[in-house]
Design a protein around this ligand. Sequence first.
Ligand SMILES: NC(=O)c1ccc[n+]([C@@H]2O[C@H](COP(=O)([O-])OP(=O)(O)OC[C@H]3O[C@@H](n4cnc5c(N)ncnc54)[C@H](O)[C@@H]3O)[C@@H](O)[C@H]2O)c1
Ligand SMILES: [Zn+2]
Ligand SMILES: [Zn+2]
Length: 396
Amino acid sequence: MATAGKVIKCRAAVAWEPNKPLVIEEIEVAPPQANEVRIKIVATGVCHTDLYHLFEGMHKDGFPAVLGHEGAGIVESVGPGVTEFQPGDKVIPLFVSQCRECRFCKNPKTNQASGRHDMMAPADSRFTCKGKKVLQFMGTSTFSQYTVMNQIAIAKIDPAAPLDKVCLLGCGICTGYGAAVNTAKVEPGSTCAVFGLGAVGLAAVMGCKSAGAKRIFAVDINPDKFGKAKVFGATDFVNPKDHDKPISQVLAEMTNGGVDYSLECVGNVTVMRSALESCVKGWGVSVLVGWTDLYDVATRPIQLIAGRTWKGSLFGGFKSKDGVPQMVKAYLDKKVKLDEFITHNMTLVAIYFTLVAVLSFYPLDEMFHVLFSLGSKQFCVTVYIGNYERLVSQKR
Ligand SMILES: NC(=O)c1ccc[n+]([C@@H]2O[C@H](COP(=O)([O-])OP(=O)(O)OC[C@H]3O[C@@H](n4cnc5c(N)ncnc54)[C@H](O)[C@@H]3O)[C@@H](O)[C@H]2O)c1
Ligand SMILES: [Zn+2]
Ligand SMILES: [Zn+2]
């Protein structure tokens, strides 16, 4: 390849500061070092965790960064010591690695990893922009035309896979689906409740359905989400805004004492508590999937003493390198849906203008609503990085 071994200059959406729009910049992407692979990103989704980093978490040492961790692409070149990948392979970058050697990888009970590439250390980033090191968010940075990853954090996938669809398996869909199937271990004939119907929650509904759940309650404060939830298998719909009582009480009354499984896919500690308390005593299992590190979770001890189990799930409990290619195959075999999650296809430039418009015209507390209702987070967006240049020239 003509570019192998050379610095590649390409476009990326750079988050220079918290709470500011992304800026489309030309960045330099260094060649892959030992055990690394340089990937041409073809498509990426937008996950709430990208927005969380920019607008909610806002940790100062996490900028400047290139966000994005739900992408798919093609190997451009490989560094020394890489034998598993070759230029031209279709791949999905992984924000949870799998080295197959450490104590976590060897233990079938977990998909946790111990590698450094999961983090955003400046030394691990291969990006520079205007002479400054730019961090690789979650190690992946899929809002860039090229990225560099360690080979233990890349999944090789079926060459037949359409990258603009399977990119969603890089985070949201594996996360929600696996949280139901692998972490909650939903059983046939059971009753489930899924709180929050973004991509993650809808995938959790799909996971409950595929595990054979008899009744699946879809809970969201935005009733527009219920139609989509039905497509994925939800049987009942609950909008907390329609009730004066706590939602756990509403669900307990509808299910003779509570659901067997609940999944929190919002990232709100109050909802996490409601989800736990919506479970039946004795055996109910509640899984935390939504992300926040700003608040503590709480409940009364009796909730757990009475036999409920509270668990958390990272990336749906999938061992990433093994699980992602299996999910790609399940999609190609029509066993899991992906197309139905996609509401909008837009270019990197469009995402940029969406963010700029939103940030310039709306006050901060209205912003999330506007941003989401514009569709950037309504279910999931696929962003075609490849179309960027074409769109720019049209714009000029
Ligand atoms: N654990 C993991 O590995 C992992 C991976 C990916 C994402 N996440 C997290 O999962 C969460 C969901 O991600 P997403 O991309 O689907 O988000 P999203 O913003 O698309 O969806 C969230 C949904 O929750 C609904 N909601 C908001 N407040 C609610 C409330 N009080 N009650 C019920 N519903 C409510 C919203 O209307 C929306 O439909 C986020 O917190 C994200 O950071 C975790
Ligand atoms: Zn994510
Ligand atoms: Zn490992």
